[in-house]
Design a protein around this ligand. Sequence first.
Ligand code: SAM
Length: 243
Amino acid sequence: MPEESFALEFLDPDPDPAWVSDLARISPARARELMAEAAGETAVAQHIRSVYEAAGRTFFAQIRAPLELYALVRALSPRHVVEVGVSSGISSTYLLLALRKNEGGTLHSIDLPTRQQGPAFQEGVDSPVALPPGRESGWAVPPGLRTGWDLRVGPNREHLPGLVASLDRLDLFLHDDLHTAENLTWELSTVDGKIPPGGVVLADNTEWLEGALDRWAEHKGVPVRYRSGTSLGGFVQPSRAGP
Ligand SMILES: C[S@@+](CC[C@H](N)C(=O)[O-])C[C@H]1O[C@@H](n2cnc3c(N)ncnc32)[C@H](O)[C@@H]1O
């Protein structure tokens, strides 16, 4: 596969600084600057590319907005980031990269891995999120970014309540695991009390969530902002109490 087309699959060619600007309340110019900072981390992209190639596949289902995630973390300076759904670890990589650049903050990730059935990926049999043989959740995350990463392997129902109870606050939450309305609503009700005003909540693949993200945000009286070209949505936690 030519280098160019690999890059197009992994880093979206059409990023959306306006989405970052809306959610992080920074200027579009600053959002662009932060995303360019992430795009300049070529060693990280090269690492992911080479481990993907070694695993025999060039694409694993991933968030389509890694540069935007990076920019959000740089702009918000979160103390705690929680993501549910790791797979190979594209979102994790860019969240960790930004936290390292911030020189503070912790990423807590939860993943119940889905595994490839055989040695080679089988179209129609394996999920695009499936881990190749011998790989574990977050396997593509560069080793240099793993220090301090709180990665919990297992179902969200087992890990999320205890994790949330242990945190004083949760400044950025990303849902990217089982995309059902019921699961998202359970996750949002679990994290809600720890998200401070101005904190950001994101959910990917909202096309499968039967409007659950919009309903939650509507109840809070805030708009959901959608990242262009995707169904990745997010809202800013308002100052009043949740539903
Ligand atoms: C779309 S992938 C995550 C992609 C990742 N955010 C990225 O950008 O690379 C979804 C992951 O969530 C995991 N998952 C599914 N159901 C889960 C559950 N109930 N609890 C935790 N993880 C789950 C899947 O096995 C898979 O590893």
